[in-house]
Design a binder for this molecule. Structure first.
Ligand code: ZN
Length: 258
């Protein structure tokens, strides 16, 4: 026979995990903590690591299943996971229960197939703040350096999901920021928060820059021509898309979202 057990934070009515064991719940709890302390990278292990002591993770039995058959135990676990998820408990279980994650090792083909199924699928947003599974996780300097190294270049060049997308094909096409957002973005880069704050070009650098720009028509873009000749001189031109844009965003003032 076996036990279906649930795990909650002590004092909280919300279940965060459902499991199945043929041993005692206490024994299973200490196994879970052993694995978590060993650094296992799962949402539940992260959650266990961020508990305030082991008593803070409250493991208790939900159902005694009187069967020798592992399939019956798996089915009971599935029922509990389905029921609690339907009731809104944010279970950290990686799958829907059954016998999926009890020591079964996937083949490379299965792994590749699952990866293909998940590609491009939007992940549900994780809770922020103290409810995030990684909340309170401390990473060593080496780990952080390794993570940084692994992520370098992930979104640059052809690896960027928006590489080569222009105009209407780009997800940001037609996006209008509210004046509030524009003011916030501007504030974030003003004064000493600007990356160029206090930087002075050497004569050598000035010469380099000047040589590089020689022969190029100025201003370098329609946007800067608009700023120089329209915005700064308070001129409005029907034929200028940026003038039209400015007028439109003024008309939308207070009704735009970002
Ligand atoms: Zn203009």
């Amino acid at each position: 026979m076996g036990l279906i057990y649930g795990v909650r934070q002590l004092g909280s009515p919300e279940y965060r995990y459902v499991g199945l064991t043929t041993k005692t719940v206490t024994r299973r709890k200490s196994e879970h903590f052993k694995v978590a302390d060993g650094g296992r990278k799962t949402a539940f292990a992260d959650w266990l690591r961020t508990r305030d002591g082991r008593e803070d993770a409250y493991f208790h039995s939900l159902e005694l299943v009187m069967s020798e058959d592992l399939a019956d135990l798996g089915a009971a676990e599935e029922r509990w996971i389905e029921k609690l998820r339907a009731e809104g408990h944010r279970l950290l279980n990686l799958n829907d229960g059954g016998l999926g994650n009890h020591g079964y090792v996937w083949t490379d083909e299965q792994r590749a197939a699952a990866s293909a199924r998940h590609r491009g699928r939007k992940r549900e947003n994780l809770p922020t703040g103290p409810d995030h599974p990684s909340w309170g996780t401390k990473r060593s300097a080496e780990t952080r350096a390794r993570m940084s190294e692994q992520r370098k270049g992930m979104n640059s060049g052809a690896a960027n999901p928006n590489f080569g997308k222009f105009g209407q094909d780009h997800p940001a096409f037609g996006r209008r920021l509210s004046d509030e957002t524009k003011a916030r973005l501007s504030e974030q880069r003003r004064g000493e928060r600007n990356p160029n704050f206090g930087r002075v070009m050497s004569d050598e650098d000035k010469k380099k820059r000047s040589d590089a720009l020689k022969g190029r028509p100025m201003p370098s873009s329609r946007r800067s021509a608009h700023t120089r000749h329209h915005t700064n001189k308070n001129v409005y031109k029907e034929t200028c898309t940026h003038c039209l844009d400015d007028r439109r965003s003024q008309a939308n003032e207070g009704t735009t979202n970002d």
